[in-house]
Design a protein around this ligand. Structure first.
Ligand code: UGA
Length: 425
């Protein structure tokens, strides 16, 4: 069976490489020629665990082919996976332009019978539009949403906790059943709309969980309770579960914020109100302000204060800045007249291109020098292992606002810091 992957971001790459590892031959195509050139040399232009070593293995086995043009990538293909990004537009709708262009190309270039699998996250309306663009006798259409997390995408693709296949036609069902027979995960065969809603409902539910715990954390702050104990106490109820109950400054990334907003917008267009998802979005939009409040409470006016923000990526373990809450926080601090200095292990170069007027470095000790306060904005595990005694010496003040509840409050108090977490006593 020959597979083509169109769009080689972390989803396309992890999906395709997992299929290579299962023994399939996979052709990859991306309109970004520089990316393809780099993959051909076994170099991955973004950070993703295990993937670089694995690509090299697949290249030498000759079952991963990075194609220079779409025609070459589609040759003799039985299954075409569309893994093209659908970035959010200001109104909350998805930008389908890249999908539309590829669909037009597919209709021109593919003459043989093929299953076209939509892996890109598209809402029900966008699905119908895409399906229309693909209406051709030789195309069977299926929706196969992904549940990969950045940072562990390859492992998630190899061992998915479920495989969802939404299709109305028997041919797609048969081919995808065969494709995924090499995966042991539970498989759900359903119709396309249900598959789409499984994806949107999953990400919205995760968003609701995070905003819920953040709201409770804000109450903990008022009454002097501990969000760590509260999250553990509720999470041990298996009906609730412990995952995604980590309080902080809110969720970011290219998925949770986009998918919640997109679902809200889709419902609105259909005269429905998604009150719960909307509330999660509103809580999230405002949650970073808790850091500003804590800084102001301790420092008074923020004007001309030096504040070091540790972490720029939307979460630890990735260099992805899309939807990063840290960037939003930095913009707000700058508006208040703060002298912001920022650190990240991986995204510092990318960040310099976005925020030009602040000091950004990968040297954390240079970033904390002379700071009135340090804010933890990304959950880089490495921050727990820094030489905090040295940091205390380098700082002008002694305030830590831990926006990811990453550090041990007791230890930090012992070191002489004023420690403020989110909902932590
Ligand atoms: C998310 C979902 O977790 C994946 O299942 C889904 O496949 C993916 O979106 C997608 O739609 O492609 P990802 O964007 O990689 O994956 O990031 P998460 O690990 O879910 O984290 C999202 C944000 O929530 C991060 O900013 C993280 O710091 C925050 N978060 C997460 C919390 O604030 N608290 C938590 O308890 C968990």
């Amino acid at each position: 069976m020959k597979i083509s992957i169109i769009g080689v971001g972390y989803v396309g790459l992890a999906t395709g490489i997992s299929l290579c590892l299962k023994g399939y031959t996979v052709s990859f195509y991306d309109s970004d020629k520089k990316k393809i050139k780099s993959f051909k040399r076994g170099k991955v232009p973004f950070v993703e665990e295990d993937i670089e070593e694995t690509i090299k293995e697949c290249l030498s086995n000759k079952n991963a082919i990075f194609a220079d043009n779409l025609k070459e990538a589609l040759e003799n293909s039985n299954i075409i996976f569309l893994c093209i990004g659908t970035p959010i537009l200001p109104e909350g709708e998805s930008d389908l332009i890249n999908i539309k262009n590829v669909c037009a190309e597919l209709r021109k270039l593919v003459r043989h019978e093929v299953v076209v699998v939509i892996k890109s996250t598209v809402n029900p309306g966008d699905y119908l539009e895409t399906k229309n663009l693909l209406s051709s006798k030789n195309f069977s259409i299926a929706v196969n949403p992904e549940f990969l997390r950045e940072g562990s995408a390859l492992q998630n693709a190899l061992h998915p906790n479920r495989i969802i296949i939404g299709t109305d036609d028997e041919y797609s069902k048969k081919i995808l059943k065969e494709l995924y027979s090499k995966f042991e995960s539970p498989k759900i065969f359903t119709d396309p709309m249900s598959a789409i809603l499984i994806k949107y409902a999953s990400n919205s539910f995760l968003a609701v969980k995070i905003s819920f715990i953040n709201e409770i954390a804000n109450i903990c702050d008022i009454v002097g309770a501990s969000i760590d104990d509260v999250a553990l106490g509720i999470g041990l109820d298996p009906r609730i579960g412990r995952d995604f109950l980590k309080a902080g400054i809110g969720f970011g990334g290219s998925c949770l914020p986009k998918d919640t907003k997109n679902l809200i917008r889709f419902a609105e267009k259909n005269s429905l109100s998604t009150n719960i998802v909307k509330a999660a979005d509103i809580v999230n939009e405002n949650q970073y302000k808790v850091v500003i409040k804590k800084l102001t409470k301790n420092l008074g006016t923020l004007e001309n204060k030096v504040i070091s923000v540790l972490g720029l990526s939307f979460k630890g373990g990735t260099d992805d800045l899309r939807g990063s809450v840290s960037l939003k926080l930095i913009e707000e601090l700058k508006k208040s007249g703060v002298v912001v200095k920022a650190h990240d292990y991986l995204s510092y170069e990318k960040a310099k291109k976005i925020i030009k007027d602040i000091f950004i470095s990968k040297d954390v000790y240079a970033v904390v020098k002379d700071a009135d306060a340090v804010v933890i904005a990304t959950d880089w595990k490495e921050y727990t292992k820094l030489d905090w005694e040295k940091i205390k010496e380098l700082m002008k003040g002694n305030l830590i606002v831990d926006g990811r509840n990453l550090l041990d409050p007791k230890l930090f108090k012992k070191l002489g810091f004023v420690y403020e977490g989110i909902g932590r006593k």
